[in-house]
Design a protein around this ligand. Structure first.
Ligand code: AMP
Ligand code: ZN
Length: 114
């Protein structure tokens, strides 16, 4: 899938609506449409990167920014526990091929995950 048909690029470009909780030059954070926990946010780069498979030495600052934003949202929302998840490729559960970090909180999380 290229960026023209990517649903998260459409959210970045405001072509489809979303409940945005943070926006800056490089990142967007919005509520997941099908929440799996009382708090379920998605943090994405505005740039179309398919998955963690495309993270390398030249663009890895974005991964740090995503985690830093997750930490800042955790503080802002006063979350004392949360889980960050990057699904990479189908068997791991990736359905949208635009890099995203799930921020899940507000319920007991199980380990190991299913
Ligand atoms: P993943 O399965 O890791 O690729 O996660 C993709 C996530 O995107 C799922 O949790 C979906 O519920 C969520 N999602 C899909 N479409 C939208 C949308 N239009 N707005 C918000 N979240 C979405
Ligand atoms: Zn995209």
């Amino acid at each position: 899938m290229n960026s023209d048909s990517c649903i998260f690029c459409k959210i970045v470009n405001k072509e489809i609506p979303s409940e945005i909780v943070h926006e800056d030059d490089e990142l967007l954070a919005f509520r997941d449409i099908s929440p799996q926990a009382p708090v379920h946010l998605l943090i994405i780069p505005k740039q179309h990167i398919k998955s963690t498979e495309e993270i390398n030495d030249s663009n890895c600052h974005i991964a740090g920014k995503i985690i830093s934003l997750a930490s800042s949202l955790g503080r802002k929302l006063k979350l004392n526990s949360y889980r960050l998840v990057f699904n990479t490729n189908e068997s791991a559960g990736q359905t949208v091929f635009h890099l995203h970090c799930h921020l899940l909180a507000g319920r007991q999380m199980n380990w190991p995950p299913g």
